[in-house]
Design a binder for this molecule. Structure first.
Ligand SMILES: C[S@@+](CC[C@H](N)C(=O)[O-])C[C@H]1O[C@@H](n2cnc3c(N)ncnc32)[C@H](O)[C@@H]1O
Length: 380
């Protein structure tokens, strides 16, 4: 009888007509068996605890993970061989390791951030100059020569910024923020870190200066694809640092639309090429270059990581997935695939939370949304 047959609802597979999704579907399907939701991690991939914990609270990146994650990682790593964080930001890994007397090295290209993190290993707060008559931060900066005082001013300026890097309208004056930071520093250094670790200001993609098999574990979080432009977010406190020290070249890896570069690609993973081709098809060549550049950086990094790690060493990598102009990029499962190719054993992909809440149909997969995950693996 006409009209009695139920019509199937028409569901757009993606929002891009004719988009080919085979390679990304396949990588998702392959790794789903090792992917597990872990609600405890939802807090540990955020900087919430760092805002109150000693030594971490001086300068907190919204994009940092919790010191608790570092403590969890310690359980699986050899405490006598250095831990590496090649994208170390404010130094959560390196500083937390120092608290537990575990050797660790960090790499961070933003000199102001690396400088402030390294200041945490200073044990003495020297007497401060009088800054009561200073009008703005350059006046204060002119009176500071001691590195720890300078770090306090950088952190004080950072504390006055909103999450997107501009000065908060309700921020305290720079003197008030500075005095507050000095009090925090005074309290914290009364409990000195148990060892002197180091954050190197350099490009974390190039680890050629680190010896083969000299690292006992890697805990890190590379910039999330598309989320944050670190150069912009940190610009106003970088200015404070560059009041005293010269500018260095920008070594940020391509993760944000403003950071697209034209380079020869080393990563030809089909899911990466597929996502980039879709972006090119919808006139988003710049975003396509970001995606290709991002995974090039991951491939180069993974090769170095495999070389410098001792056998059986654990790696935890906190990553965020992305949706660029409706083009879905499953960062964690692609990364797992790249790591497997490099010779790592993938233990688990723990999903902490969704980066974008609304899920979508993606090819033949249902309810897919970019995730924030911890890829847990080890060198065989
Ligand atoms: C997600 S944040 C890491 C936050 C860090 N876990 C913390 O405790 O603050 C990513 C960091 O990677 C840094 N980064 C960007 N490009 C880099 C590169 N080429 N080498 C090393 N680090 C880089 C950014 O400046 C940023 O600090």
């Amino acid at each position: 009888m006409r009209g009695s047959r139920k019509r199937k609802p028409i569901v757009a597979q993606t929002r891009i007509p004719g988009e080919i999704t085979t390679a990304r579907e396949s990588v998702e399907r392959y790794w789903f068996k090792l992917t597990e939701r872990d609600d405890r991690l939802a807090r540990l991939v955020t900087a919430q605890d760092a805002r109150t914990e000693r030594h971490h609270r001086w300068l907190v990146f919204k994009q940092a993970f919790s010191p608790e994650l570092v403590r969890l990682f310690h359980r699986s790593a050899n405490p006598n061989v250095p831990i590496l964080d090649p994208f170390s930001g404010t130094g959560t890994t390196v500083v937390e390791c120092a608290k537990h007397d575990i050797p660790a090295i960090g790499v961070e290209p933003i000199a102001a951030t690396a400088f402030t993190a390294n200041a945490k290993f200073v044990h003495t707060l020297n007497p401060l100059p009088d800054i009561a008559d200073c009008r703005d931060w350059p006046d204060v900066a002119d009176r500071l020569t001691d590195p720890l005082h300078r770090a306090a001013l950088i952190a004080a300026q950072a504390s006055r910024l909103t999450a997107n890097g501009s000065v908060n309208n309700n921020a305290p004056t720079i003197q008030a923020a500075f005095n507050q930071l000095v009090e925090i520093i005074r309290e914290d250094i009364a409990h000195p870190l148990r060892r002197e670790n180091l954050i190197i200001c350099a490009d974390g993609r190039d680890l050629s200066s680190i010896d083969d098999k000299s690292i006992g574990g890697i805990l890190t979080s590379p910039p999330y694809l598309s989320r944050h432009d670190y150069t912009k977010l940190t610009n106003l406190f970088q200015q404070v640092y560059h009041h005293w020290y010269p500018q260095a070249p920008n070594m940020q890896l391509p993760a944000h639309p403003r950071s697209a570069t034209r380079t020869k690609h080393v990563c030809n993973h089909p899911a990466v090429v597929e996502a980039a081709n879709t972006l090119i098809a919808i006139d988003q060549s710049r975003l396509a270059r970001v995606v290709r550049g991002y995974f090039d950086a991951m491939c180069v990094s993974l090769t170095h990581w495999h070389r410098i790690l001792q056998p059986q060493s654990p790696v935890w990598c906190v990553m965020g997935g992305a949706r660029f102009k409706d083009v879905y990029i499953p960062t964690d499962t692609i990364f797992a695939d790249l790591a497997k190719r490099e010779g790592f054993n993938i233990d688990e992909i723990r999903v902490a939370r969704r980066v974008i809440n609304a899920g979508r149909k993606f090819g033949t997969l249902q309810n897919v949304a970019p995730r924030e995950s911890v890829i847990m693996m080890h060198k065989k």
